[in-house]
Design a protein around this ligand. Sequence first.
Ligand SMILES: [Zn+2]
Length: 121
Amino acid sequence: MSYEPVIGLEVHAQLATQTKIFCGCSAEFGAEPNTHVCPVCLGLPGALPVLNREVIEKAIRIALAVGCNIQPRSRFLRKNYFYPDLPKGYQISQFQSNDEMPLATEGGIEIPTKNGPKKSA
Ligand SMILES: [Zn+2]
């Protein structure tokens, strides 16, 4: 029996927005702890997120830069789980499958290898 190693990477990027993605709190780095928070980003009961338009505009720009297809409709999902540094108990995210309606699909970057260029998935 032989095995083929398959390695996947989850890459995160921070968009250079003035405010956070789901509230009006400053996204500035280096502030004093607990100074850029509100009921929404603390996940307090009854506080509902509002999507930051600047995030979508910048996300579409990077998606187009890597050859993605921008979807006409998109949605975010709330993933509920416990994690020690996530006291509110959930994360708002998008999944990559088309059924889950991410903002952009396909696309990728070309990586030079000794066997010629290879396109990322
Ligand atoms: Zn906030």
